[in-house]
Design a protein around this ligand. Structure first.
Ligand SMILES: Cc1cc2nc3c(=O)[nH]c(=O)nc-3n(C[C@H](O)[C@H](O)[C@H](O)COP(=O)(O)O)c2cc1C
Ligand code: SF4
Ligand code: SF4
Length: 421
């Protein structure tokens, strides 16, 4: 049986699944239930200056299934600091084997950051996470993403924190930037021990077409919210990869966040360089019990592949993401339809005919039409496979155009033909 034990910056947890700083981790009663359910650790809801929240706070993008994307305009913890700190101490006593990280966001001055760090580490927590990512509410006050979006300020704040921190510090990055790398480098130069990403992405999830008021509606108005959930996973994976590939960051430990819902999502983050993952939306939508599936799924997958520890696969897919000019132009695939599985819906034909390469023929019939691939026309774009509603009905078959690896740079040097399709 694979061992899911995780060590992140020296902080041990029985599995690599932490709850991200958010409502699931904002009070003792939640965190106790989360630990009873089996979560390896939590990042406590961000502590900072006192705030006042509004109502309503959440909205969602439903596309086929509920809340494929989730949006919030909540602020940091709106509970008194002393209550949070007391509860953190109590939970630490009850669950000494779980990771307890405290998320912090202080006013932008050295003294306040020093005070917050000292109060937080006095609880006995195992680590701190700096919230440089919250994109709403706190930004207007010069905090959250306002810090993360300015590498100079980010570096300065991390330096302040490191002056007094005596436990590991993780800097949580904002995705509301062109690239996460400058902010990550700034945090690294400031002395951060680890990085976590992503926080939420600024968004408008939709408008109520009866009232014409965008969601979430706060008395007839709205603001840009923070987007998360399955819809943001591809963006988060990309940002994690850019950090994992950055030589100047010298293999800094990464905690991956953004849309983790299933064990497969978690494995993907880890294959792209995250040493553990954090989860928020999936716990909010499905409850704490999903951690059982996360653990079982990852453990079974590891057993199947012969991995005994999570470190056996962290980062394995990072070198597989390269620059476009390095891709092999001689690699070529063509679609193949399994006529026994086909239900003759014609969706592949419509897609290829209307928007791709007119590479599928239709033979009109009664009671149904038959679809076949014109191999010489197929560019191997994958579109028909993506739209086909039957699993494994369309497969992509390799038909190389040449035996050697040939990239774009070499292709140009040789003056080989362009615009041939
Ligand atoms: C309602 C809500 C409140 C959040 N509050 C915080 C917060 O206080 N501090 C923080 O660092 N991130 C906060 N986040 C961001 C999450 O920690 C996480 O980075 C983000 O939701 C992406 O993960 P997910 O797709 O698993 O939800 C919040 C997210 C939501 C949905
Ligand atoms: S892979 Fe693309 S080009 Fe080929 S048949 Fe499918 S949709 Fe058409
Ligand atoms: S989309 Fe799939 S099931 Fe539908 S006709 Fe094409 S191959 Fe058959």
């Amino acid at each position: 049986m694979a061992n899911l034990q995780s060590t992140f910056l020296g902080i041990k947890s029985p599995n690599p699944f932490w709850l991200a700083s958010a409502p699931p981790t904002d009070k003792k009663t939640n965190v106790i239930r989360a630990f009873e359910a089996g979560w390896g650790g939590v990042v406590w809801k961000t502590l900072g200056t006192q705030v006042k929240n509004v109502s309503s706070r959440y909205s969602a993008l439903n596309y086929g299934r509920k809340a494929v994307g989730f949006n919030n305009i909540e602020l940091i913890s709106d509970r008194p600091l002393e209550v949070n700190l007391r509860e953190i101490r109590e939970v630490l006593k009850l669950f000494p084997d779980r990771a307890m990280i405290i998320s912090l966001m202080a006013d932008n001055n050295r003294k306040n950051w020093h005070e917050m760090v000292k109060k937080a580490q006095d609880t006995g927590a195992h680590g701190l996470e700096l919230n440089f990512g919250c994109p709403h509410g706190m930004v207007e006050r010069g905090m959250g993403a306002a810090v993360g979006q300015d590498p100079e300020i980010a570096k300065m704040v991390v330096e302040w924190v490191m002056e007094v921190a005596n436990i590991p510090v993780i800097t949580k990055l904002t995705p509301n930037v062109h690239s996460a790398v400058p902010g990550a480098i700034a945090a690294f130069e400031g002395g951060t021990n680890g990085l976590s990403l992503i926080n939420t992405i600024q968004s408008v999830t939709g408008i109520d077409l009866d009232t014409l008021i965008p969601n979430p509606n706060v008395g007839g108005q709205s603001v840009f919210g923070g987007y998360c959930g399955p819809a943001v996973k591809p963006i988060a994976l990309k940002m994690v990869t850019t950090i994992a590939q950055e030589e100047r960051l010298r293999n800094i430990p990464i905690s991956g966040i953004g849309g983790v819902t299933t064990w497969k999502d978690a494995v993907e983050f880890m294959l792209l360089g995250a040493s553990n993952v954090q989860v928020c939306t999936a716990a909010m939508i499905y409850g704490f019990k999903i951690v059982t599936d996360l653990c079982d799924g990852m453990s079974n997958w590891m057993d199947e592949r012969g991995y005994t520890s999570i470190n056996d696969f962290v980062g394995l897919s990072v070198p597989r993401i390269t620059k476009w000019e390095q891709l092999d132009i001689n690699f070529h695939i063509e679609a193949n339809i399994n006529q026994e599985k086909c239900i003759h819906c014609g969706l592949c034909y419509i897609s290829c005919e209307d928007t791709s390469h007119q590479a599928i023929t239709v033979e009109r019939g009664n009671p149904y039409n038959t679809y076949t691939i014109k191999e010489e026309e197929c560019v191997g774009c994958n579109l028909c496979k993506i739209v086909c509603p039957v699993n494994d009905c369309i497969t992509m078959v390799e038909h190389r155009k040449g035996s050697e690896y040939l990239n774009w740079i070499e292709y140009q040097k040789r003056g080989l033909p362009l615009n041939d399709h």
